[in-house]
Design a protein around this ligand. Structure first.
Ligand code: C2E
Ligand code: CA
Ligand code: CA
Ligand code: CA
Length: 275
């Protein structure tokens, strides 16, 4: 009774207290969600820019909380990262998405996000290779999406991990390109197959000459380095038309398709076949 009374930090910093408490609750619930199978993977189309042909899907984790409803990844991924639950969560997403993709009729790619925290564990490459082998997915169909955060941490270890994965045929993409500090030097030092132009640039493209110039330069950069360029967050026909005229390689966004649960994929893939 005394602890909650006047004079504790709670009294002076109610906001901080609420935030911490909220975080702890979310962590507890997330642990339970993992144990009880409340998580789901949704799949968003990756599309060839000019032909609009379906090339694959990005796996995006979803959590339907029993009381709160859908909790966005932007809220629970940071909690998972801070608590270490991301290791278990990341492995679950990897296994689920690889198993799903292995069943698809075509050779569409599956792109999976990796958290920088997963890279801190020495056996990440081994774990991924084991999952790929167990699910029977052709390694060439797997793309790992990483952000600059990974590259800043432990360069030697990251480079070793990426090299190992690449030598198995797995592809690596640099996500959210342009939002970090030194993306350019990373392109030189790490063996990326693809760069994803962050959706903030795509979003501004039509209205802001600087954003358009940035998008154009990234496409040119990708071309000269022979790295595939994908633009994310494409929402309007105007944005798609601009990217097509700039000869961007691939696009992703609500215009081309929203993330959908696995059960809706068969229809999507049949439609793509008959289109
Ligand atoms: P991200 O990797 O940059 O993923 C793209 C995000 O943009 C997704 O949000 C997707 O739903 C959203 N998006 C796609 N097209 C459009 C569009 O046209 N307009 C707009 N406004 N948004 C679009 P989502 O699913 O909420 O995920 C947010 C972030 O959470 C992801 O950003 C990624 O960083 C993280 N995340 C999601 N799933 C996983 C996962 O399985 N593992 C890890 N480590 N992170 C994940
Ligand atoms: Ca991503
Ligand atoms: Ca992104
Ligand atoms: Ca992002």
């Amino acid at each position: 009774a005394k602890a909650a009374g006047r004079g504790t930090y709670r009294f002076f910093e109610p906001e901080m207290d609420t935030r911490l408490q909220e975080r702890r609750l979310l962590e507890r619930d997330l642990r339970q969600a993992l144990a009880e199978g409340q998580l789901e993977v949704h799949y968003q189309p990756l599309v060839e820019c000019n032909s609009e042909a379906l090339l694959g899907f990005e796996a995006l984790v979803r959590w339907r909380h029993p009381e709160r409803g859908q909790v966005p990844p932007s809220e629970f991924i940071p909690v998972a990262e801070e608590s270490g639950l991301i290791i278990q969560l990341g492995e679950w997403v990897m296994r689920t998405a690889c198993r799903e993709a292995a069943k698809w009729p075509g050779d569409q790619r599956i792109a999976i996000n990796l958290s920088p925290v997963q890279f801190r564990h020495a056996d990440l490459a081994h774990k991924i290779l084991t999952i790929v082998e167990q699910t029977g997915l052709a390694p060439e169909r797997l793309e790992l999406e990483i952000t600059e955060g990974v590259l800043i941490e432990d360069t030697e270890h990251t480079l070793a991990t990426l090299s190992l994965l690449k030598s198995a045929g797995i592809r690596v993409s640099l996500d959210d390109f342009g939002t970090g500090y030194s993306s350019l030097s990373y392109l030189q030092r790490f063996p990326f197959d693809k760069i994803k132009i962050d959706r903030s640039f795509v979003w501004e493209m039509g209205r802001n000459a600087d954003s358009m110039a940035i998008v154009r330069s990234v496409i040119a950069l990708g071309r000269s380095l022979r790295i595939t360029v994908i633009a994310e967050g494409v929402e309007t026909p105007e944005q798609l038309a601009l990217l097509q005229s700039e000869q961007c390689d691939q696009v992703q966004g609500f215009l081309l398709g929203r993330p959908v649960p696995a059960r809706d994929l068969t229809q999507l893939m049949t439609d793509a076949e008959t289109a």
